[in-house]
Design a protein around this ligand. Structure first.
Ligand SMILES: Cc1cc2nc3c(=O)[nH]c(=O)nc-3n(C[C@H](O)[C@H](O)[C@H](O)COP(=O)(O)OP(=O)(O)OC[C@H]3O[C@@H](n4cnc5c(N)ncnc54)[C@H](O)[C@@H]3O)c2cc1C
Length: 381
């Protein structure tokens, strides 16, 4: 039983399905479209390899066609777009859109997933199975429960009540603006940092190789990908004295517009044209390392155990790596090559090591990414 149909949980389910293992996914939201989460996720290296490993071969061409390039020069400019310096080129990644990728990861799993199932608790039964209990009063039972339920994971709260997740308070905004000819020049390569007097912006490009819905229609007609255009995704960090930030996007956007009124008109227009549905305040969290806890029929994957700031671009990559590793462990059990608990324990020990190393690396990169975030107060739960 996989709790959470996010990137990591769906990737695991794809791998298990391919291996012929009976997997069920339970997602709290009413559908994959319930909350639009269309921001750009860069994947590469072991994360991309893990995603490919879990995804059936027939979907690889669609993965390629519905994503974009993530490489090239990184530059720093001032608020009038005058170049301050080059940070050197970065190569080798793939730019994906979270919303598109989730749709792709749902391919072939519709009979395995139940939406509207918010896990409230689990119970370990005396026969060695686990019962998942949902807010609607229903329950389900399985041999292993995988908490892939994100940074606020109820599974982690029950399994590891002392594990700490720190929320950093830092005035970050995350915007998305349709990519037009006017804006394309703002990000000639991997990304652009705009160092204004009081506000810093980070600009990145999500340019689909092909419109995802058209690529799906041709390459895998049974898969429905959303109709969405290319865009610039940007982060902006407001000065600390502006607090608290309003909750609705038009009000936050107007605060930002007031702060950058004398900036280059292309940047002002970029913010003005931001998409209300896909833009939001940015919450930055990280998990403090936990020691291994003694394996049981309940385990964790992705942000549920090692949530990290987006500064390293490693959260989803690490969740995919977890998914592939856990999938191999469960597959070995299914084939009779290993016992369940020792196989899960090996997964957990390896995952904890590289997972928390990724958290530490992301935290190291945070000051350069968002100085105001590290300067802000933190609260732990
Ligand atoms: C702005 C931003 C940019 C990022 N950029 C990158 C990047 O470039 N590269 C990268 O690798 N990572 C990036 N990340 C991180 C990445 O998005 C996450 O690490 C990744 O989504 C984690 O996947 P997950 O499956 O663990 O959790 P999620 O994708 O968060 O999925 C958790 C799922 O569990 C469900 N759920 C929660 N509670 C329950 C419950 N009680 N019952 C049932 N279901 C539940 C949720 O609805 C959700 O669907 C970025 C994150 C942000 C915010």
């Amino acid at each position: 039983m996989v709790i959470g149909a996010g990137l990591g949980g769906l990737c695991l389910a794809q791998g298990l399905r391919q291996a012929g293992i009976d997997v069920r996914i339970y997602e709290r939201e009413a559908s994959v479209r319930a909350r639009y989460q269309g921001f750009r996720i860069g994947i590469g290296g072991p994360g991309l390899a893990a995603l490919r490993e879990c995804l059936p071969q027939r979907l690889h061409p669609l993965l390629e066609a519905s994503t974009g390039e993530l490489s090239g020069e990184r530059r720093v400019v001032d608020e009038q777009l005058r170049e301050i310096r080059q940070l050197g080129a970065l190569h080798g990644g793939t730019a994906t859109d979270r919303h598109v990728l989730r749709h792709l990861l749902l391919a072939g799993l519709t009979d395995r997933i139940q939406f509207g199932k918010r896990l409230v608790r689990y119970t370990e039964l005396t026969d060695g199975t686990v019962r998942a209990e949902f807010a609607d009063g229903s329950s389900a039972t399985g041999d292993l429960l995988v908490g892939a339920d994100g940074g606020n994971s109820p599974v982690r709260r029950q399994l590891l009540p002392d594990a700490e997740v720190v929320t950093l308070d830092g005035n970050g905004l995350l915007g998305r603006t349709p990519l037009t000819e006017r804006f394309a020049g703002l990000v000639p390569g991997f990304g652009t940092v705009v160092n204004g007097p009081e506000v810093r912006m980070l600009l990145g490009k999500m340019e689909f190789r092909r419109p995802p819905h058209l690529a799906a229609a041709e390459l895998a007609p049974d898969v429905e990908l959303p109709e969405t255009g290319s865009y610039l995704r940007w982060g902006a960090f407001l000065p600390e004295y502006i607090k608290p930030l309003p909750a609705d996007w038009p009000a936050v956007r107007d605060l930002l517009l007031a702060g950058i009124a004398d900036w280059h008109p292309d940047l002002v227009e970029l913010v003005r044209q931001s998409d209300v549905v896909n833009s939001s305040v940015l919450t930055v969290r990280y998990a403090k390392p936990v020691p291994h806890w003694g394996t049981r029929q309940v385990t964790l994957l992705g942000d549920a155990i090692h949530v990290m700031p987006p500064s390293g671009g490693m959260g989803a990559n690490t969740a995919f790596r977890d998914a592939a590793l856990l999938c191999r462990a469960i597959t070995a059990v299914e084939r009779g090559e290993a016992e369940l608990l020792p196989a899960v324990e090996r997964y957990e020990r390896e995952m904890l090591e590289y997972g928390f190393a990724a958290v530490a690396e992301s935290l190291e990169q945070l000051p350069a990414f968002a100085p105001s975030v590290t300067a802000g107060a933190a609260s732990a739960h």
